[in-house]
Ligand binder design. Sequence first.
Ligand SMILES: [Fe+2]
Ligand SMILES: [Fe+2]
Length: 135
Amino acid sequence: MKGNDKKDILSTALKSMNKEHDMIKEILNKINYAYNNKLNTTIKKKLINELYIFLDFHFTSEENMLTMFDYPDYDKHKEEHDHMKYHLAEIIGTLDVEEIDFEELKNFIYESLHIHTQKSDAELTKHLKTQYDSL
Ligand SMILES: [Fe+2]
Ligand SMILES: [Fe+2]
């Protein structure tokens, strides 16, 4: 049965991580579109909420993989996730989207999240691939 051994778990998780990174980009594109096309407040609010929920899920999912497969830099990785989550929550604030500084939101996302994905997640992926290859 599929999904029972370490190799299956690792290969599925690696694929899912990439998919989730693409999904984050997809949500960001929708937010960008909503602001550029001046869509209504309710939609913007819902999209930003979608981003927050998805990031929360994605970070939790990565952290679980880190714990399951003994990642040596777990604390540092989780710290970066927590920092991004708190910062995003801070920007969102009361979820009064008219007051959200969209430039700040964009800078946060494109800078912190992009750097995290390119560097820290790349290291995490390398660790998981090494584990996979050793099996
Ligand atoms: Fe990630
Ligand atoms: Fe991460």
